[in-house]
Design a protein. Structure first.
Length: 62
């Protein structure tokens, strides 16, 4: 997998983050593009935002 992650804003909102996932598989002596599971990009966005929110809360409390 290859992931491109763009942070578009400082606010921790879904529209402030853009994730693109790419996948390739070996086919003989070359590599071919392969589909990424539906929802994978959205799931990764959610995980990143959840962790960022946890870190922000920990920083405020600590």
């Amino acid at each position: 997998f290859k992931a491109s992650i763009y942070i578009l804003d400082q606010r921790l909102r879904a529209d402030a983050l853009r994730v693109s996932l790419f996948r390739q598989v070996a086919s003989g002596q070359s590599w071919k593009d392969a589909p990424v599971s539906d929802g994978s990009e959205r799931k990764l966005e959610d995980q990143i935002l959840t962790r960022a929110r946890q870190m922000r809360i920990a920083g405020i409390e600590g």
